[in-house]
Design a protein around this ligand. Sequence first.
Ligand SMILES: Nc1ncnc2c1ncn2[C@@H]1O[C@H](COP(=O)(O)OP(=O)(O)OP(=O)(O)O)[C@@H](O)[C@H]1O
Length: 594
Amino acid sequence: MIKMSKKKETVKEIFASCSFSSLGLHSTLCDQLRERLGFEAPTKVQAQAIPVILSGRHVLVNAATGTGKTVAYLAPIINHLQSYSPRIDRSSGTFALVLVPTRELCLQVYEILHKLLHRFHWIVPGYVMGGENRSKEKARLRKGISILVATPGRLLDHLKHTSSFLHTNLCWIIFDEADRILELGFGKEIEEILDILGSRNIGSIGEGNEVSNVKRQNLLLSATLNEKVNHLAKISLETPVLIGLDEKKLPEDKSHVRFGSLESDVKEEVEHPSTTMRSTTEDFKLPAQLVQRYVKVPCGSRLAVLLSILKHLFDTEVSQKLVVFFSTCDAVDFHYSLLSEFQWSPHSQPDMELKQLFLRCKTFRLHGNMKQEDRITTFGAFKIEKKALLLSTDVAARGLDFPKVKCIIQYDSAGEATEYVHRVGRTARLGERGDSLLFLQPVEMDYLQDLEKHGVSLTEYPLLKVLDSFPLYGQKPRVKKFLTTESHPWILSLQNALESFIIHEVRLQSKMKKLAKDAFCSWVRAYTAHRGELKRIFTLKKLHLGHVAKSFALKEQPSLVGKSFQKQSKKRKRDQRQKGQSGKRKFPSKTNAK
Ligand SMILES: Nc1ncnc2c1ncn2[C@@H]1O[C@H](COP(=O)(O)OP(=O)(O)OP(=O)(O)O)[C@@H](O)[C@H]1O
């Protein structure tokens, strides 16, 4: 009963008590929302944003993750385009441009668009993104794409080099996940795009660029606000309507706001009364029904604890769907292979072990070093699974909508609080229940205070209780004797099994050992890449590298692993040099991180 009324309450908090048609959307579009997407009623964000966007105003939406921001901007744009008379056609080129930070998000938005346009066949959806075949994209642009979803780098490429790309009729530019676009270092590209499209605010248009005669409406959506987002709002939005921003977040003196720059962190004092929001520590919007916990784990037991918690979650919940975040691509690869291969049966005596896969669930991996096709396949497959595990870098942290994810584990800390918010935002979507679990080492506990500053508070996960629940050799360990995680018999046995698996696996021809070493090296490098205040919390000097090695099931001393570390560093420098020469965007210091 209580559960039911709670659910009702959450539904009330998320959904508006009106219909899509009452917001001014055409009945065919409302039918598409219902038939193609299964949306009966708008969410609150949609109910607020749709009429304002229909009215033609510039908009800045700051709403919690998973509240339906995508349809909030797609529906009114489609509504406008379907009403044009005479009907638009491909030869009119692009009318709306949706900018997104990642390839996966690009495909996700495109998919929704495709569904919504089913009955509006004259409005053509399309996408361009890094990693795709340029000539094929050129051909599609030449034919004409009415609503184009794009990642910034590839879009800029086409704006400069695809002469047949017609955008003189462009009416809308939408920045979806604006904060992420800027964090990924696309600030310069965005400024160039705005200049080429003549969509900078009057007074900040670059010299020699034509300003289109078509009336432009720009929309900016972000679950978090910071100075860079403020700056983008300043240069791209004209007297925007702020949706989801509390009045209390507006500065009292609206004439002087500090805005950051897209390119650097240098702040400037700018007068701009129309986009008067500032980055405060309360800018994080988290779903109210999300249960956030942390687990304190000594470094050397991290791997065994992760596996134990995963086992517990999959054993206790039939339809468990879970995402684990790691700091580097190599760490994802190592854990993926380990989970796919590691066999251990704790139920029988060690000498007569009956081996079976430790974790029996479908496991996927996703990171930026994977081939484009593999990323797309994983993305699609994990989406439809009911019981599955996804191991990922932050490439999956933003905007991706995987239905029914019940739990998010941050095995490696996100660092920036904004990233924490986006990672946990992959669960508890649209009023659903969701859990998140953050792994912290004893020396990292100050991170909780950092999160607290942003209004994010976590409670402790009952780890020992969970460990005690595992029967070892047919018996449950006796609870009281084992007060620490690292001395718990279950953890000791599992750690032993993991280490001998890495050493003795002959079948895999030492593949696991190499993966573990590479993962160790990249993890150490990522750990040293924390910036600013976080450097004080995540300090490599405070860690015992032998224990770090243990967390990759390695028995070797760190000095042995050091050789491969140097090799990786050299390779990284070489890659960076090559990237610099080819004029490509430089990634932040965390190479291998995405
Ligand atoms: N009106 C609606 N009725 C039912 N489901 C909806 C509605 N609007 C959106 N959804 C669903 O809610 C989920 C979240 O939507 P969406 O991805 O647009 O959220 P978001 O606010 O953009 O999240 P994030 O900030 O993480 O990108 C999706 O699965 C979407 O299909």
